[in-house]
Design a protein around this ligand. Structure first.
Ligand code: AHM
Ligand code: MG
Length: 342
């Protein structure tokens, strides 16, 4: 053991030193996200104790009932990020419009889009939930508040993407395009400590994660793929193993470490799927690609999609490269087993 403890702050500072033009603003911004994550983590962990569970009367922009902890996580992120002069606007799953920086605070060169507490419908059952974030450079002129235009950039332009998973331990995983790094929160001294350096996802995995109750609402080709990976054929490693928590960060995190594929296909009920491009699909796509995996919407690379709306939904197929490739072969109708079925 080297005895070297690398905290998140140290890691970011050392990474930023590689860029002589770095101003320190990005380091500040990441520290603010980490601070928010610690507060959210603390509150998620004691949720049942503090009577913070249960539903508020509000309906969010997606038409879903907002849990109290969603609201808390949203407010925590906004309060942590709005005053340090690194951002010119924020966007949250819980807020229909772009969140402006209050007049009394300086404006910065970044925008941050986030899902403050993803998977929150599972919280009452103690299932792991997460915060997902994506950071971009603004594209509108400096000195003025940011606008929605700053957020409607394709995912490959992300400066940084990450998530925090509030699980059996709290972990922050992020990339700036130089590999994927995971930090585990040490609750005794409140620091994120590097525990997973340079995460790589297996080229091929064993796990598939999808809400199979929608089977009857999917396109035939998606059904054919799912039927195929469930067939018994030891030589090709089938059947694959089904794992679905219904909490994106948890499903994604497990598959990132173990290998496999997560699917949220379009259906006749939800023609664009359910997940949101800006603060769910894009950040996870950036991370998976940096870990050697792939993410597509069925036809396109997720990171190439130019968003049209802040809360745009997108079908998502994400995971190990070979598993995503196989799925794509099915979506194109080009797998030999599909011809045999005709
Ligand atoms: P949320 O952002 O309202 O929490 O919804 C997103 C969640 C994801 O975490 C998860 O992957 C998905 O919804 C599960 O959806 P479904 O219940 O349709 O399988
Ligand atoms: Mg969400």
């Amino acid at each position: 053991m080297s005895g070297k403890i690398i905290t998140l702050t140290r890691h970011i500072i050392e990474e930023q030193r590689k860029y002589p033009a770095a101003t320190g603003k990005f380091t500040d911004l990441m520290n603010d996200i980490a601070f928010a994550a610690k507060i959210i983590s603390y509150n998620v962990n004691k949720a049942g104790l503090l009577d913070v569970l249960g539903e508020t009367d509000n309906i969010n922009v997606q038409g879903e009932v907002v849990k109290k902890l969603d609201t808390f996580a949203h407010e925590t992120m906004v309060r942590a990020l709005d005053h340090n002069g690194h951002s010119c606007a924020l966007a949250s799953e819980e807020e229909e419009n772009v969140i402006e920086i209050p007049d009394e605070y300086p404006l910065g060169k970044y925008v941050v889009a986030f899902d403050p507490l993803d998977g929150s419908s599972n919280i009452d059952a103690n299932v792991s939930v997460g915060t997902i974030f994506a950071i971009y450079h603004r594209v509108t002129p400096e000195g003025r508040p940011g606008t929605v235009k700053d957020f409607l950039q394709p995912g490959y332009k992300q400066v940084c993407a990450g998530y925090v998973i509030y699980g059996s331990s709290t972990m922050l995983v992020y990339t700036t395009g130089n590999g994927v790094y995971g930090f585990t929160l040490d609750p005794s001294y409140g620091e994120f400590v590097l525990s997973h350096p340079d995460i790589k996802t297996p080229k091929k995995g064993k796990i598939y994660s999808v809400n199979e109750s929608y089977y009857g609402f999917w396109d035939e080709r998606v059904r054919q793929y799912i039927s195929y990976i469930k067939q018994v054929d030891g030589d090709s490693g089938r059947p694959m193993n089904s794992r679905y928590i219904g909490s994106l960060v948890s499903d994604f995190h497990r598959n990132l470490l173990y290998g496999g594929i997560f699917l949220y296909p379009p259906s006749t009920k939800a023609p664009s799927g359910k997940l949101r491009l800006l603060y769910e699909a894009n950040p996870l796509a950036f991370i998976v690609e940096q870990a050697g995996g792939k993410a597509i919407d069925g036809e396109r690379r997720i990171l190439d999609i130019v968003p049209e709306k802040l809360h745009q939904r997108v079908p998502l197929y994400i995971g190990s490269a070979e598993d995503v490739d196989l799925l794509q072969t099915f979506l194109k109708g080009k797998h030999p087993s599909q011809k045999a079925a005709k």
